[in-house]
Write a protein that binds this ligand. Sequence first.
Ligand SMILES: [Ca+2]
Ligand SMILES: [Ca+2]
Ligand SMILES: [Ca+2]
Ligand SMILES: [Ca+2]
Length: 338
Amino acid sequence: MKAQIVTLALLLASPSAFGQIVVDGIADIGYGKALSVQNTETGFGDANIAMMNYANGSEIDGVFASMDAYRVYLLIAGNLESNFNKIELFIDSIPVEGQNRLLGNNPDVDFNGLNRMGDDGTGNGLKFDDVFAPDWYFTGTCGGTPFATYCNLAQLLTAGGGVGGYLGSGGAGAAGVLTAENGLMWTIDNSNAAGVGGQGSGLMSGVGVVTGIELSIPRALLGHVDGAALRICAFINGLNHDYLANQVAGPLGGLGNLGESRLVDFSLLTGDQFVVIDGGVVVPPCPTDLDGDGDVSGGDLAVVLGSWGTPAADLDGDGDTNGGDLAVLLSSWGPCPN
Ligand SMILES: [Ca+2]
Ligand SMILES: [Ca+2]
Ligand SMILES: [Ca+2]
Ligand SMILES: [Ca+2]
């Protein structure tokens, strides 16, 4: 038994041994291959400094995503320039509801930056592809000395008027993870110096980049239920949320920067400017079988105890391993269902 625990402790040194994802700004094995790869040179500067906490350009080289019973994980590979440019994420997590075209009466977050993209009263407003109607908006930014990140989250109700607010400040890499009160976690590793170049338009591949912006968001927060589609549209925007870069996921096929935010219409641009995270199989058959031996027993208990206070055996999605995870484990004690 003692030797078994030592072996488990060694395994825990590498949480990805369980396919688990660690929020640190680096793509984990658990993500599998990228859902989307950039195909367009960035119009917002090619980052070439290779520092984790500073970048001199912005690019989205690819999108990795994964989901478990409690959380959705995202790794937006690339860079976010440390000049307070924005990463904008729109999340379509609830069928039928949401805003295909951004209204002008959404929550005032990040100096009213969300509404800067919305309808100014003349019937415009950033429009997404036809099937995409996001229900949530996340925006992140970074810069300053010392380096810091800031982020906001807002609801996108079908008729507007939802709630939203500032989530807090963080830093870079694993040490800089922001864990908000609502359970959302994010950080950035800005060390990429590869990916697409800075020609401003034209084709180039972002394949191979595995560092960037990483988030973990509780599915309950997003109102996402098993089997529902989960779609994400991500793009880079200017300082005041008023000028879109050409760095979009899915990509633009060589186009230049898109410019004025509230005039952008993704439904008129070739391809899907969103990625789809498979909502079909999200609950593993036996999520508490942490050591994979087919039942929930002492070995799994050892994993939970050995991970105490870390995210390594986070079963209830609150970002660490503690009494809640122990309760989840004990409630499923015994053989895994077939
Ligand atoms: Ca990671
Ligand atoms: Ca929706
Ligand atoms: Ca690059
Ligand atoms: Ca399109």
